[in-house]
Design a protein around this ligand. Structure first.
Ligand SMILES: [Zn+2]
Length: 406
């Protein structure tokens, strides 16, 4: 479905062969890897091809300007990176729709009253360095440059090293007030990552809010030992504590209305079949509309982990990796877009986005395109060619209306 779905959308067909994951299915496109490099090259060529001026900012994000960069700019775009084994639409749909919508405005002879730009944000999924929306967080100051540059990928390379290898100066990374001051509004189009538009029976909606969300690491530590010679009574096995904790997490989340908690990744060290683990890292993602609910749930999971660890003679340590509170998109842009598009529903989402990160620094808004599978971050993620076309129409209409305002 991913292949036929993606290739029936013209812009997505152009990048359909970049970063395919033959093991997991779908795509694995991670910051500054070969796939990401090819996608960046594609974007630069595509943007230049329609007459936009391409600029690379200090934080790995790419900007393509229609008209001289200046204050009040109307910016649209999204990201090109993916989760491991992700779908074809999450991110790239917003980029190709932005290019198509801006190109249509240019070809039609429309003269915007403010600068217009298409942006590609770096490492939105956090798949390489573990922090989602890295590019927009650096740009907006949501993450300190020093903290970000010290982050390491799975092979131990720091972000600073990877940026330098990609031709960026790590010393210049961080909040970019000059660039922020140019953004009048960031409008991101994105495939919906849930069931809101399916249930409403409409192809396009606007975003009302993004649920608060964060990532935590639960580190269980015990005693590595021989799987054959160590009696069951003599073990301090962190895997047993980790497993017991994981088994309880779903019930702890279900007990709080609207809360979500997920363990999608477990790393055992040393990781041998005939070795009792010495350490198990469990990565927790938790979200809820009310930030206090997420906080309380994560604290409860931490206490549960500590109890299970103690029962096995192990320890458990809870460390916050990232946290973003619930973001309510501003009423002004959302209402202006609603006015331009006619009746479109406003939806909350449990997925994080660059538009939500940037909302702390500049006005932002989002459009969603229906995803009939309701599945995302997996190869089954989908949007029909008709709905993607409706998304480009909506984006063009919104940009035309907003670019006509001061
Ligand atoms: Zn996305």
């Amino acid at each position: 479905m991913t292949e036929t779905g993606a290739t029936s959308v013209p812009g997505l067909a152009e990048i359909a062969d970049i970063g395919r994951d033959t093991v997991r299915g779908g795509y694995s496109r991670h910051l500054f890897d070969e796939a990401d490099r090819q996608l960046r090259e594609w974007f630069v060529a595509r943007a230049a091809g329609i007459g936009l001026d391409v600029d690379h900012d200090r934080n790995g994000n790419i900007w393509a300007w229609w008209g001289p960069p200046g204050p009040g700019a109307l910016v649209t775009g999204s990201h090109l990176d993916s989760v491991p084994g992700g779908g074809a639409f999450d991110g790239p749909l917003g980029v190709v729709s932005a290019l198509d919508a801006v190109q249509r405005l240019m070809v039609s002879g429309f003269r915007p009253s403010r600068p217009v730009a298409v942006v590609v944000f770096a490492e939105e999924e956090g798949s390489r360095f573990g922090v989602a929306c890295l590019g927009s967080k650096l740009l907006s100051g949501g993450l300190a440059a020093g903290t970000a540059l010290a982050l390491t990928d799975a092979s131990g390379c720091t972000l600073a090293e990877v940026m330098a290898a990609a031709g960026l100066d790590p010393a210049r990374a961080g909040r970019d007030d000059a660039l922020l001051s140019r953004i009048g509004l960031f409008l991101e189009l994105h495939v919906e990552q849930g069931r809101g538009l399916i249930d409403l029976g409409v192809p396009v909606g606007v975003a009302s809010s993004v649920l608060g969300h964060g990532r935590w690491r639960l580190r269980f530590a015990g005693q590595g030992n021989h799987a054959g010679t160590t009696l069951m009574s003599d073990r301090r096995d962190p895997m047993v504590a980790a497993g017991a904790t994981i088994a309880q997490i779903a019930d702890l989340a279900r007990a709080r209305a609207g809360a979500r908690a997920t363990v999608g990744r477990v790393d055992a060290a040393p990781g041998g079949t005939n070795v009792i683990a010495s350490r198990v890292d469990v990565w927790l993602d938790s979200r809820a509309e009310e930030d206090e609910v997420t906080r309380a749930l994560v604290a409860e999971i931490g206490a549960t982990a500590a109890a299970h660890a103690a029962a096995q003679g192990c320890t458990a340590e809870l460390t916050e990796q990232s946290w973003s509170g619930t973001v309510h998109f501003p009423d002004g842009p959302r209402m202006a877009i609603g006015e331009a598009l006619g009746a479109v529903p406003a939806l909350p989402t449990g997925a994080g986005h660059d538009a939500a990160v940037l909302a702390a620094a500049v006005p932002t808004a989002m459009l969603y395109v229906r995803n009939p599978t309701g599945i995302s971050h997996a190869p089954e993620e989908f949007a029909s060619a008709e709905d993607c076309a409706a998304g480009v129409d909506a984006l063009e209409t919104a940009l035309r209306s907003l670019a006509g305002r001061s």
